[in-house]
Design a protein. Structure first.
Length: 207
């Protein structure tokens, strides 16, 4: 994944009021820190930031050029606060990274294919924690469930990682497992049992 260049402005207003004014101006409040540097409060252009995240995912690396600064800085989103109703970004924590440095990130897992007939796929985790070089972070990892039978499970150790990536969790960490789906007869039987129980409760109450 290549870095996205983005310009930022120094931020001098803080607190809820300052953050609201920043967002009304079409900017996202953010803080840039790491590698022993003092935290720098900045504001990112909301549209450009949102477009980069849509395209590259939550592990998109940015080259941030702060107005009046001494040069561009490579950074990775560490924490993103988002308003689910307005679908806007409220605040971003960015951690400074260096080329060649390895970082730990949570990468989204995409289950691809179809398990065997009459089965259900239970997702235990939608992400997988890995360690990879900061400039080569995968936006997601595909994991095949094609043809898996009931009782099968997928663990972190089963995942084929991109070259240069390593697991940051135990190999037996469960990502998903396959269970047997209920048949129509079983479902109807369950409904019948429920109706019978309800009838017995009504009779008991009447007596």
């Amino acid at each position: 994944m290549s870095e996205v260049k983005i310009s930022a402005e120094p931020r001098t207003e803080f607190g809820k009021g300052g953050a609201r004014r920043t967002r009304r101006a079409g900017l996202v409040p953010a803080v840039l820190y790491g590698h022993g540097e003092a935290p720098v409060h900045i504001a990112l252009p909301a549209r450009e930031f949102a477009a980069a995240i849509r395209h590259g995912g939550l592990n998109q690396v940015f080259t941030i050029d702060v107005a009046g600064g001494t040069g561009a800085t490579l950074a990775l989103p560490k924490a993103i606060q988002r308003d689910p109703i307005k679908d806007t970004y409220e605040h971003v924590d960015l951690i400074i990274v260096k080329r060649g440095e390895k970082v730990q990130v949570d990468v989204p897992i995409n289950l691809v294919g179809e398990a065997a007939r009459n089965t259900l796929v239970q997702n235990d985790s939608t992400t997988l924690s890995i360690t990879a070089e900061a400039m080569h972070l995968p936006s997601s990892i595909d994991v095949s469930i094609e043809g898996l039978e009931a009782g099968a499970q997928i663990t972190a150790g089963d995942v084929v990682l991109p070259e240069g990536s390593e697991l940051a969790v135990d190999a037996d960490f469960v990502i998903a497992f396959i269970t047997q789906a209920q048949t129509a007869e079983q479902m109807e039987g369950g409904e019948g049992d429920a109706a019978e129980t309800e009838g017995e409760s009504t009779e008991a109450a009447a007596s």
